[in-house]
Design a protein around this ligand. Structure first.
Ligand code: ZN
Length: 187
């Protein structure tokens, strides 16, 4: 394959909105849209389950993951469990009634992977950048999640994957949503 001339490479790298054709094919990082390059670690992978206990029998007991917490999320009408693995976690989600999106997903698709959550430094800014780039947002502003400020991106914009973003601890949305500060937790 013939390489594009250097001048074109530089222009493509500096351009705000590159098309795939104008991007150098041999540098994968340049093919990734800028906001996506800002994603941090995978915070968790969420799995929707019919009932929590049999799911824990697999993930905690048979597969040996440590159970961090089981929590009721009355606003979201789910019960969730977090099981850390490496720098990420498995999140088990059990709907507690059948009115929510996740309950409808379970009824329609059965148990399985529900969403993937990535960490970002500044959630409000990331949402703004994604919206400008034409990504369909489910939450246009950070909202309170079990582990920090979160927002969901629509699967229509993410190749069929429901993507959740969570703000890393200490980010601006932690304060604006009223999470306790580190000093308050230490006390
Ligand atoms: Zn999640």
């Amino acid at each position: 394959m013939r390489r594009p001339p250097l001048r074109r490479l530089a222009r493509a790298a500096g351009a705000k909105h590159c098309t795939l054709h104008s991007m150098p094919a041999n540098r994968p990082s340049d093919r990734v849209p800028e906001p996506i390059r800002r994603l941090g670690r995978i915070h968790h992978v969420a799995i929707v389950v019919e009932r929590m206990e049999p799911a824990l029998a697999l993930w905690r007991d048979a597969l040996g993951l440590e159970l961090q917490v089981v929590e009721e999320m009355p606003d979201d009408r789910v019960r969730i469990a977090f099981l850390p693995v490496g720098e990420s976690k498995i999140e088990l989600v059990e709907p507690t009634d059948d009115t929510t999106g996740v309950a409808r997903y379970l009824a329609k698709s059965g148990e399985g992977v529900h969403h993937v959550c990535f960490e970002v430094g500044n959630l409000a800014e990331t949402l703004l950048r994604l919206e400008i780039d034409g990504v369909e947002l489910i939450d246009t502003a950070p909202r309170k999640g079990a582990e920090g400020p979160v927002a969901f991106l629509h699967p229509r914009s993410c190749h069929g994957v429901l993507v959740e973003l969570i703000e890393a601890p200490g980010g601006p949305a932690w304060k604006s949503l009223g999470y306790p500060t580190e000093q308050e937790i230490d006390r």
